[in-house]
Design a protein around this ligand. Structure first.
Ligand code: ZN
Length: 539
């Protein structure tokens, strides 16, 4: 009797807390905590020692990125006492909700477009007017990925990261040097040493080159200022991040053929006639990795599942780019989100085609695609430039859309050439459809989400995606394939010409969220939007 009473009481208490669940708890539930496992048996003794040294970078990179997002972040996080709120602040690296177009969830300060990289009141026009008459060399400093723009005595100044973030970069440099000493792989030793120097010199070219050459180790260490998404003013400034992982040698071996066929894959893309530009580097290693730890930019909000680096076109032209697939993260997202989502939004006959294998391949070829297509281009007047410089703030969203669309194009090509299993023919489009809804939930103000909206609206308009009155989705395969091809041609031609105005027109027409889609996405409200990684660091 007593037991039952206790049980009932607990039930009562439990349901009460359930009812009283705070708004912040609801927000936190959107990120499902998942433990990321990895296999220590792939590592030699010395590699374990290097790893133990390298995981020390986490708090430094996290803080550094917090400051890059907003210089007041460190002060603000100290002011917050509520545990849930603090946790959500940490997930978002600031008081702005990355899943809700950066709406503030604490305080009411609007997030500056240029994050902590520029003076808050700086307008695009002011910056452009200011640098217009500067020498080429000075202009480069202002547009550099690795400078912060500040106001001094009424003038604008470009300060190198190595000066502006000196305290952090010196400490990081020290850790990398220590790790370098422990390395028994000469190439890893060289990379860690040269990256340690980059932090102090602000020149990342050589260490990017060395990163491409790392071999003879199952450690995958990526650390530095890389992506420019956080700078929504110009997309110039790079954010600090780190990925530390363990290579799965068997899975990586299986993908060797992709690297070997990279030139052929690039040539299969629909380049416009008479394209003037330089082909990207032919070397393109792929590593399948289980993530041990991530820090900074990549850990904010939605978790990265794969990356393709470096971004420096000069390095890509000489060495190609390396693709790293984060297998344990990919699998965690498939199980926690993609599969359950497909049961809610896809017509029944499509559901069984949503597979882990197709998901993995789409992500893989998304990354492969970033290394293909126009990079360094020549404008009509002969000026040598890059797609990134010409498309500025619109570059990232178009490049992400290109990577999604050409990934399907390349898989199709490889299936036809019997390099990939035939089953993918049906699995990939279905999984892609489910994956679009997954990405749209990340918010459409951000490059990936906006790129997906372009694809969805385009394919819906062409009749490739169909929606039942109940809000269930299905593909019309022929129209879907035609639509994809048309979209890819369009994107590559915009990139090949460095056509900012054309990209703007495309963006304005196709990146609005239709009302029916907004309603349908609401059906996913009880599903987590993403995972929150729990790192296994007791080794
Ligand atoms: Zn991408």
């Amino acid at each position: 009797m007593k037991k039952i009473f206790v049980f009932l009481l607990m039930f009562f208490l439990f349901s009460c807390t359930k009812v009283k669940e705070t708004k912040m708890e609801k927000k936190l539930e959107r990120y499902k905590p998942v433990v990321l496992n990895w296999n220590i048996n792939y590592l030699d003794r010395w590699e374990v020692e290097v790893l133990k040294e390298m995981i020390k970078v986490e708090p430094l990179i996290d803080e550094l990125f917090l400051i890059q997002v907003h210089p007041e972040n460190l002060k603000w996080i100290e002011m917050i006492k509520d545990e849930d709120l603090k946790e959500y602040f940490k997930i978002n690296f600031g008081p702005w909700d990355r899943l809700e177009s950066n709406k503030p969830f604490w305080g009411n300060i609007k997030k500056p477009k240029g994050a902590g990289f520029y003076p808050f009141d700086l307008k695009k026009e002011e910056f452009e007017n200011y640098i217009k008459d500067l020498s080429e060399e000075e202009k480069e400093k202002f547009k550099s990925y690795f400078t912060v723009i500040v106001r001094k005595n009424g003038n604008l100044e470009a300060l190198p990261y190595s000066t502006y973030y000196k305290n952090y970069l010196e400490k990081l440099s020290e850790i990398l040097k220590n790790a370098s000493k422990l390395s028994e792989s000469a190439s890893l030793k060289k990379f860690l040493m040269s990256r340690a120097e980059s932090f102090l010199s602000n020149d990342y070219f050589q260490s990017d080159m060395d990163w491409m050459d790392v071999s003879d180790t199952n450690l995958e260490i990526t650390i530095g200022p890389y992506e420019t998404y956080e700078d929504e003013l110009f997309g110039y400034k790079a954010s600090f991040e780190a990925f530390i992982g363990v290579v799965n040698p068997e899975e990586s071996e299986k993908l060797k053929f992709v690297g070997e066929h990279i030139v052929e894959l690039d040539e299969s893309l629909p380049y416009p006639k008479g394209f003037k530009g330089e082909k990207k580097g032919a070397l393109s290693p792929i590593r399948v990795v289980d993530l041990v730890l991530s820090a900074g930019d990549t850990k904010a909000g939605v978790q990265t599942i794969a990356y393709n680096l470096p971004n420096d076109e000069r390095v890509v032209a000489q060495k190609g780019s390396k693709k790293v697939m984060l297998k344990n993260v990919i699998e965690a997202k498939f199980d926690a989100i993609l599969k359950p989502l497909s049961l809610i939004l896809l017509e029944e006959e499509m559901q069984s085609f949503v597979t882990k294998d197709a998901f993995f391949n789409e992500i893989l070829f998304h990354e492969v695609s970033h290394g293909l297509g126009p990079g360094i281009i020549y404008l009509e007047d002969g000026t040598k430039t890059t797609v990134r410089d010409e498309l500025k703030d619109l570059y990232s969203f178009l490049e992400e859309a290109k990577a999604d669309v050409s990934s399907l194009y390349l898989i199709d090509y490889l299936v036809k050439n019997k390099k990939l299993p035939k089953a993918l023919e049906n699995e990939v489009p279905a999984t892609y459809l489910a994956s679009m809804f997954r990405s749209l939930r990340f918010g459409v103000n951000e490059a990936h989400g906006k790129g997906v909206l372009l694809q969805f609206n385009w394919l819906y308009e062409k009749g490739g995606i169909l929606r039942s009155p109940e809000g269930k989705y299905i593909l019309s395969l022929e129209k879907f394939k035609e639509g994809l091809k048309g979209l890819l041609e369009k994107i590559i031609s915009l990139q090949a010409k460095g056509d900012y105005e054309g990209t703007k027109i495309l963006s304005e027409k196709y990146t609005k969220m239709p009302d029916f889609l907004k309603e349908d996405l609401k059906k996913l409200k009880d599903l987590p939007v993403d995972i929150k990684p729990i790192f296994s660091l007791n080794f």
